[in-house]
Structure formats: C-alpha cells, structure tokens
Ligand binder design. Sequence first.
Ligand SMILES: Nc1ncnc2c1ncn2[C@@H]1O[C@H](COP(=O)(O)OP(=O)(O)O)[C@@H](O)[C@H]1O
Ligand SMILES: [Mg+2]
Length: 214
Amino acid sequence: MEVLSVENLKVKLEGREVLKGINFSIKYGEKVFITGPNGAGKTTFLETVMGFIPFTGRISFRGKLLKRERDFEEVREKIGYVFQNPDDQLFAPTVEEELAFAPLVKGLKREEVKRIVEITLREFEIEHLREKPTYKLSGGEKRIVSVACVVTMEPEVILLDEPTTGLDRKRWEKLVAFFEKSRSSLVVVTHDTKLMERLGWKRYVMEDGKLCSA
Ligand SMILES: Nc1ncnc2c1ncn2[C@@H]1O[C@H](COP(=O)(O)OP(=O)(O)O)[C@@H](O)[C@H]1O
Ligand SMILES: [Mg+2]
C-alpha cells in the first residue's frame, strides 16, 4: 500500500525544465535512497513534494491528491523534511525549544511535549546540547538536531536531503541506528556510498531531472 506517490511530475525553474516527468512511489514503512550527481534535481524533487515549488503532474499522499497550498499544509506534519542546509531549518533560540516547537504546534499538552523532547534528546544523545543556542552548534550537531526535530513530529514519511554530511563516526552510527529502527517511510537523498551499502535499501538514481531505479 502506497503512502506517497508521484506521477509525471514536472518542474520548471527560470524557464528551464529541472524535473522532467518523475514517477515515484513509496509504501508504508518502506525506505529508499535517491542518489545522483549535483544539479540533477534531487533537492528540487523533495521540495516539490513538500509543496514548496509549483509543478505539473500528480502528487498523492495516502491516496489523496495534493493540489493547492491548503492540501500541502494539511499533510505537512505527516511528511517530515530534513533540509540539505540545517541553517534553513533551525530557527529557535535553543535546541530544547527547537525540539519542542512541532509538538507544541500540534497542540500537545506541556507535559507531553516535555516527554517527547526528553525521549528525543536521549535517542540522539544530545542531552548536553539542550540549552545551547542552535546558531552555536557545530555542523554535525546542527545536522543531528535537524533530524531530531523532524522525528518529534512522528511523521509517516520523512524526506532527508544528504543527512550524513558533516557527521562524525559516532553521530553517523546514531543516525544509521535511527534509520534502522524508524517505522516511518524514509526517502534519503545521499552521496554516501557507505550508508547505502550498510543499509542496502532500494536505490533510485536522479539524472538530469529524470528518476530511475538503480
Ligand atoms: N531557485 C532556483 N532557480 C533556478 N534554478 C534552480 C533553483 N534551484 C535549483 N535550480 C537548478 O535546478 C537544478 C537542480 O538543482 P537541485 O535540485 O538543487 O539538484 P541536486 O539537489 O540534485 O544537486 C540545478 O541545475 C539548479 O541550478
Ligand atoms: Mg541537493
């Protein structure tokens, strides 16, 4: 059963066709990689699925066609997105507040938010960063915090754009452990061959705006 599906997705940016008719689908709990050269359209693809970029074609989530801005807003907490550049994602004064943001917006009670924040801090071994301002984090710390923030939403699908960039060995292993145990569907855009070999998921290749199975 497919959770997310895309048919004949086309995107033009500044008059140039950047996505040239993408077909893609992912099942509940399925985990896949998208790899391919720089400039191929991987980031554009994820951003289009999030509803950030105008497109033609069809994007459906849980069988419902997403057309207008409102449709995307409705599913935004169900589809998590980890940006290629964590600075585009992180905005709260501290790590703790960053992690609390999505659960608060969801309308969860204070104690429940606190519980989720604590579990997530522990899961990613970032308790010591709790009060640190996000702008003072190292590159690797920002990366792991940006993943942790999306996880607090408990999304059904998580799109991650080059999530292992800048991670040291320990954090890399932490992320791999999370990927293995996550029950969400995962779409991981990456160049990290070690990651792809380690996890062995299905691979797609994006090349010049076209997506094919590897
Ligand atoms: N805002 C934009 N305006 C115009 N062209 C863009 C914009 N964003 C990306 N592009 C172009 O779209 C193509 C795909 O970029 P991108 O999706 O970032 O590729 P990838 O993530 O695979 O490296 C590139 O040629 C890039 O220059
Ligand atoms: Mg990219």
